[in-house]
Design a protein around this ligand. Structure first.
Ligand SMILES: [Zn+2]
Length: 208
């Protein structure tokens, strides 16, 4: 019996039946029977539920955020490798969501429009600007890391104004306007052509 109360997740081992229809658990704080969906998972393998319901846990956190943060810090200190490995997996498996979160953070920091959902973030195999493969780095982001570019920066993160490009392309673009980039391209094209002409002239002078 896969109840919708479990949100399609596997039924946890210690879930109990309150009646023939509803599977749930009693919160150790508010002492109420609640469906499984009202609890969090205690372990990442989705086998054990938390003892307190989501509502109680949220209330506890609001009342004393320090304690929760302290616990998180202790957990991290004891399980550093596990936490880092889990984060690494999450980064690789859910790139779109990660990029979306980072964009939301930046939009708030810079007071920019933010109307995209994770579904608007599409990560191609290759950078559309440079053609280099897009790869999620294990540690710090590198030139091949996928990034969200705001086509016109001031318009913020809207579905029509974002494109996923490599960090390399994004860095080039974020340091200059398109006009400036074109100007740099024109300049170096000229310099390289001049050098080539000079080398040719020298070679001709030698053979003459
Ligand atoms: Zn409760």
């Amino acid at each position: 019996m896969e109840s919708e109360l479990t949100n399609g997740k596997p039924l946890p081992l210690q879930s109990r039946t309150t009646n023939s229809e509803v599977r749930g658990r009693r919160c150790t704080q508010c002492r109420q029977w609640k469906p499984v969906s009202e609890f969090g998972w205690k372990t990442p393998d989705h086998k054990r539920l938390t003892a307190r319901c989501v509502r109680c846990r949220r209330a506890n956190y609001k009342e004393n955020p320090h304690r929760a943060r302290q616990r998180a810090r202790e957990y991290y200190a004891e399980n550093r490798q596990v936490v880092l490995a889990r984060e690494k997996d999450r980064r690789r498996d859910d790139v779109e969501k990660q990029l979306w979160f980072a964009a939301r953070y930046r939009s708030r920091k810079l007071s920019l429009a933010f109307t995209i959902t994770p579904l608007d973030v599409v990560v191609p195999k290759f950078c559309p600007a440079l053609g280099i493969p897009l790869q999620v780095s294990d540690n710090t982001a590198g030139p091949n890391s996928p990034t969200i570019d705001r086509i016109i920066p001031s318009l913020g993160y809207t579905p029509d104004n974002i494109v996923v490009v490599s960090q390399k392309a994004n860095t080039i673009k974020s340091n200059a306007t398109i006009q400036e980039i074109l100007s740099v391209v024109a300049f170096y094209t000229r310099v390289i052509e001049d050098q080539r002409d000079e080398a040719r002239a020298q070679a001709q002078a030698l053979t003459a």
